[in-house]
Design a protein around this ligand. Structure first.
Ligand SMILES: [Zn+2]
Length: 302
């Protein structure tokens, strides 16, 4: 077998149970899919097979055959999907070249000191720009952790569900990502898990939608709860898609005059928050779903 260091590295990561996917060669961006969810026309073979848009996270794999096929075709970078790999990666950056001041690593060490908890050794990667990635095991109990940016302090980000890192063995702009300490990832320290836990959900303040008390009102009320359930019960990785489908359905009722646009939006926002979807992503999905639905008005007979 010809020497293929990227393939070797990708297989080694997968052997640890880490889910990998191809990045564009020498780049941080995913190679597939080559389009955003909003632009999905269903022609991508994997989106077509799934019946809906498939992002990089559900495409990430530990399957050596799929990994061999991808990395024999092109020298892809290695993306590591943190969520399915059950990893939380703390991403410690350095100040930009022309500035001085504490690094992300300094900030983390200070934080650890305030919790009287030393930063224990764990699997560590030095990034192309000289930053540090500390790999930790995602807690088995407690809430599902997602990405954070600056929550812990300046130059300290974290990647978990919905996030990925460039894995060791890759290069970005010609600069290598290298394993600095090759050991099993330590469990995420409890004090870090507590700080990274998502903010508690807003109190369940049911959205009050005023509807006629006749059969049409009952019909719309049932449609609202069905669409909200669609979002809150969708499996991780499919929630944004479910939100879009729900927004289209409610957009149709809005255009048909059965529901105000404001109420439709509140219902969808609340369902999205309960499903743990991020704000920015949510707003865009709701907007485009309602717009698509409004083109196909649906009237409810009184
Ligand atoms: Zn697609």
């Amino acid at each position: 077998m010809p020497d293929n260091p990227l393939l070797t590295a990708a297989l080694a990561h997968a052997a640890r149970g880490w889910h990998v996917f191809p990045l564009r060669p020498d780049d941080k961006r995913p190679a597939f899919p080559d389009h955003a969810g909003d632009d999905c026309n269903g022609r991508d073979p994997r989106c077509r097979a799934a019946g809906h848009h498939l992002g990089w996270e559900p495409r990430a794999t530990c399957d050596p055959d799929r990994i061999r096929r991808a990395w024999t075709a092109r020298p892809y970078g290695i993306g590591l999907a943190c969520g399915p790999s059950r990893l939380v990666v703390v991403d410690l950056d350095r100040p930009k070249d022309d500035t001085t001041g504490p690094t992300g690593l300094d900030t983390l060490a200070d934080l650890a000191a305030t919790h009287a908890a030393p930063v224990e050794p764990t699997y560590t990667v030095t990034t192309g720009r000289g930053g540090t990635h500390l790999y930790y095991r995602h807690p088995d109990d407690g809430p599902e952790l997602r990405n954070t940016a600056g929550t812990l302090g300046p130059l300290v980000d974290t990647r978990a569900h919905g996030g990925y890192v460039v894995a060791a063995g890759s290069t970005v702009s010609g600069r290598p990502y290298r394993v600095d300490l090759d050991t099993d990832p330590a469990p995420l320290p409890g004090w870090l898990a507590a700080r990274l836990a998502p903010a508690p959900l807003p109190p369940q303040r049911p959205v009050v939608v005023s509807l006629p008390t006749d059969r049409s009102g009952a019909y719309v009320r049932a449609a609202i709860s069905r669409e909200a359930d669609r979002v809150t019960t969708a499996p991780a990785g499919e929630r944004n898609r479910a939100l879009y489908v729900a927004a289209v359905a409610l957009g149709q009722l809005t255009a048909g005059g059965s529901l105000t646009a404001e109420d439709a939006k509140s219902v969808l926002e609340q369902a999205a928050a309960r499903a743990g979807l991020g704000h920015v992503e949510t707003a865009r999905t709701i907007r485009s779903g309602l717009a698509a639905g409004s083109k196909r008005p649906r009237q409810v007979a009184a």
